[in-house]
Design a protein around this ligand. Structure first.
Ligand SMILES: CCCCC/C=C\C/C=C\C/C=C\C/C=C\C/C=C\CC/C=C/C(=O)SCCNC(=O)CCNC(=O)[C@H](O)C(C)(C)COP(=O)(O)OP(=O)(O)OC[C@H]1O[C@@H](n2cnc3c(N)ncnc32)[C@H](O)[C@@H]1OP(=O)(O)O
Ligand SMILES: Cc1cc2nc3c(=O)[nH]c(=O)nc-3n(C[C@H](O)[C@H](O)[C@H](O)COP(=O)(O)OP(=O)(O)OC[C@H]3O[C@@H](n4cnc5c(N)ncnc54)[C@H](O)[C@@H]3O)c2cc1C
Length: 667
């Protein structure tokens, strides 16, 4: 029976029954006790600060209030980060996730893309000129690339920047309605500057897309400058806190020095100097794609915390007539939906950790003048961004469904997480498009393999013998699981390449052959990402040093991730009889065993993510499990309940009850 104070007794029992020390697992997830301590310190600073608690809850705010309240919070966060000297991105990330959870910042693009783009693409002189102004918020900027007519195909952008050597200025124009910038975050009402991606014209030639610093609003009055039309694009699926905007430029002149010229240049006479690699200008997108992996993992982890704690507390249906109602977490179907997602959240966290390290290492090389790893960084970040945002968004929605009716209420906290994570499937490169970029890389690697050239380590699995059968036995060893994923990916890569080859042989051009094979190419890219993430998870649990009980529990979770992925995508694994039917049965049986094995640790696994209640903001995911009292309090706090009888009763219901409908004819 659940008590109404203290920790819910079912939840308390779950915590007593776990096989490992939760603190040890938190230490492993966040890379050591010192880092856990630091994260808690940062969370505490935010959650205990009365400033963040003075506002009404997000779900009860109007769109305008969402923007205004979130703006205040983020300006305060900015001030506090300076006061506290929080300079590391990871520190800012933890402080912010607790201060304004899943509330997309009205100055977010300024921090995440505007400043990093100046830092990475600006000359020393430009950095000296703009960074102090940007740091002090005198300049507030965004990354204005997408247009109404083009988001994916950025070479097709229509905004023009034409160099005038007489005045040494660029003239910016939005020549058509489709060329207006549309979607950039914070553009509508907040920013006074933009980094505008535009087609560069000089000496009568188009030199492709480049970045230009454009002031759009007066620094004193904040009014749009001459030649600028700018505004908010209106309500969206979510992101109400963010003024995604539109922008039209009409003959806007900016000095030559406002083109970002670290790599490409326009000299005073209009001579164009090429960058060492044209795609170096895409670097800010790569940064955010890399960050999205951790962001998506965090969303799914929080959704799992909410849904799994609630499933331990919620009881529904007597299992035998007259008996006790079961905890819903004991239903195998509930476990089958939730535990693989729990495993996925861990897999994605480790992928995010890897991505962060790899991004830092590779960009340091690029900045040192070695561009060799740029294609790998692009392929891995594009693939992991797409794979993680797809898996995590779908996973958050399943977590919501697993909470039944209460999952549909904002009281669950789940809709807020979902609308924050799901645009990650679209922004920074629509996921299908990103997977096709991965496929392009895979086809290049396949070509190298055919030519007997060396492959990067993470692609060496492609040379696997595709006639080999699975080594899977009753033991379901981790190495056999990894081999299965790599086998499937290698075969799908070969099949996609064969499809293109066949089309070429039938007389199609290479472009037609590509377009005729994009579904197979996408399958191959997804299979490659799935193999990459699985192998990373396995290596993390096998090779890392950690407490032995944690290792044993984490190994079960890792196995569940791998086995579930195979059972759910069986077609791809048995198409070439890699597994025989006996092995399929072994895997299905193992899946059920793993669900039972993970069951006693499910709550401990989510507790280890160590998200305070103030971050989860969920009546269902509370640490103490007192969900019913919380739901009741939430309902009572609804503004709809401020009056016992609403004015609308007297205005509309009462007259209707008396058969009076005159007020409608006045309309
Ligand atoms: C890692 C840090 C983690 C830290 C964690 C801690 C703190 C984080 C702090 C904060 C962040 C927190 C969370 C983040 C979460 C949310 C983010 C918030 C807001 C997001 C706001 C959204 C902004 C946007 O959406 S901006 C607009 C984005 N737009 C796009 O992405 C457009 C997509 N389209 C493209 O990228 C390109 O058009 C294309 C599809 C790649 C094609 O390009 P194109 O030039 O036409 O290509 P081609 O001529 O066909 O050539 C292809 C050729 O080029 C190579 N290529 C392409 N891109 C790259 C690249 N980037 N690098 C290297 N090479 C590239 C490609 O491989 C191919 O090569 P080949 O010819 O040799 O085969
Ligand atoms: C919340 C949010 C915030 C954003 N913030 C910013 C921002 O700050 N700055 C900014 O510049 N932009 C921003 N964007 C825009 C975003 O980057 C683009 O919407 C995104 O890149 C997708 O481009 P698109 O809208 O043109 O989609 P489209 O390319 O029109 O996609 C529509 C469909 O066509 C398919 N498709 C398109 N091209 C291909 C292809 N070559 N092969 C196969 N299929 C294809 C896609 O898969 C998709 O299914 C934001 C968007 C959102 C939703």
């Amino acid at each position: 029976m659940a008590t109404t104070t203290g920790v819910n007794s079912d939840l308390a029992k779950e915590r007593n029954n776990s096989t490992f020390d939760v603190e040890e697992l938190s230490n492993f997830i966040y890379r050591g006790p010192e880092k856990v301590k630091r994260r808690r310190y940062l969370h505490n600073l935010a959650t205990k600060d009365p400033f963040f608690r003075k506002f009404k809850p997000w779900a009860f705010q109007t769109r305008e209030e969402q923007y205004e309240i979130c703006l205040q919070k983020h300006l305060y966060i900015n001030k506090k980060c300076k006061e506290l000297n929080l300079t590391e991105p990871v520190d800012k990330f933890f402080y912010t996730e607790a201060a304004a959870p899943h509330e997309n910042s009205p100055i977010g693009l300024h921090t995440v893309m505007f400043i990093p783009t100046i830092e990475k693409q600006g000359t020393e002189e430009q950095k000296k000129r703009w960074l102090p102004l940007a740091e002090s918020l005198k300049m507030i900027g965004t990354y204005a690339q997408t247009e109404m007519g083009h988001g994916t195909f950025i070479r097709g952008l229509e905004t023009t920047a034409t160099y005038d050597p007489r005045t040494r200025e660029f003239i910016l124009n939005s020549p058509t309605i489709t060329s207006m910038k549309y979607w950039p975050g914070n553009l509508g009402k907040t920013t006074n500057h933009c980094l505008v991606m535009a087609q560069l014209y000089t000496q009568g030639k188009n030199c492709g897309i480049h970045m230009f610093m454009v002031q759009i609003r007066d620094l004193e009055t904040h009014m749009p400058l001459a030649g600028i039309e700018v505004g908010d694009i209106g309500p969206k699926f979510g992101y109400g806190t963010n003024d995604n905007g539109f922008l039209r430029l009409s003959n806007v002149r900016i000095p030559r020095e406002n083109m970002l010229m670290r790599y490409s240049k326009v000299l005073e006479d209009g001579t164009y100097v090429k960058p060492p690699n044209a795609k170096i200008a895409y670097g800010s997108m790569v940064l955010v794609r890399a960050a999205i992996v951790t962001d998506a993992a965090r969303a799914l982890a929080q959704a799992c915390v909410i849904s799994i704690r609630y499933s331990a507390v919620r009881r529904q249906t007597e299992v035998s007539p007259g008996g006790e109602e079961a905890q819903i977490i004991d239903y195998q179907t509930q476990q089958y939906r939730l535990f693989p997602l729990l495993a996925t959240s861990y897999a994605m966290y480790f992928a995010g950790r890897f991505m962060y390290d790899f991004y830092l290492k590779t960009t340091a090389e690029i900045e040192g003048g070695n561009l060799d790893s740029m294609p790998q960084l692009h392929a891995i970040s594009a693939g992991l961004k797409a794979f993680s945002s797809w898996m995590c968004s779908a996973g958050v929605e399943t977590c919501r469904l697993c909470c039944g009716g209460h999952g549909y209420s904002h009281a669950s906290g789940l809709p807020k997480i979902y609308i924050d994570v799901v645009p990650g499937c679209t922004y920074e490169g629509e996921n299908n498009v990103m997977m096709l970029q991965v496929a392009r890389f895979l086809m290049k690697m396949y070509g190298k393999l055919q030519n007997g050239e060396a492959l990067p380590t993470f692609m060496q699995y492609m040379s696997t013998d595709l006639n080999k059968k699975s080594c899977m036995t009753e033991e379901v060893a981790l190495n056999c699981l990894v081999m299965a994923y790599e086998h499937r990916a290698a075969r799908m890569i070969r099949d996609a390449a064969a499809s293109m080859e066949k089309l070429v042989q039938s007389g199609k051009s290479p472009v037609e052959a590509w377009n005729g094979s994009t579904v197979m190419l996408t399958w191959a890219a997804i299979a490659h990402c799935h193999a990459f993430v699985t192998k990373l998870f396995v290596e993390t649990v096998v090779k890392s040093r950690m407490d032995s009980k944690v290792q044993s529990a984490l190994t079960s979770l890792c196995k569940l991730y791998a086995v579930h992925g195979i059972v759910e995508n069986l077609g791809g694994f048995i198409q070439d009889q890699f597994f025989d039917s006996k092995q399929v049965k072994i895997l299905q049986k193992k899946l059920m065993q793993l669900l039972a094995e993970i069951r006693p640790n499910a709550v401990a696994f989510v507790d280890a993510f160590d998200y305070p209640d103030e971050v989860l903001q969920s009546c269902l995911g509370r640490y103490d499990g007192q969900v019913y009292q919380a739901l009741y309090d939430y309902a009572k706090s609804s503004p709809m309940n401020e009056k016992e009888v609403l004015d609308s009763y007297y205005k509309y219901i009462k007259p209707a009850q008396n058969g009076k409908y005159q007020q409608y004819s006045k309309l």
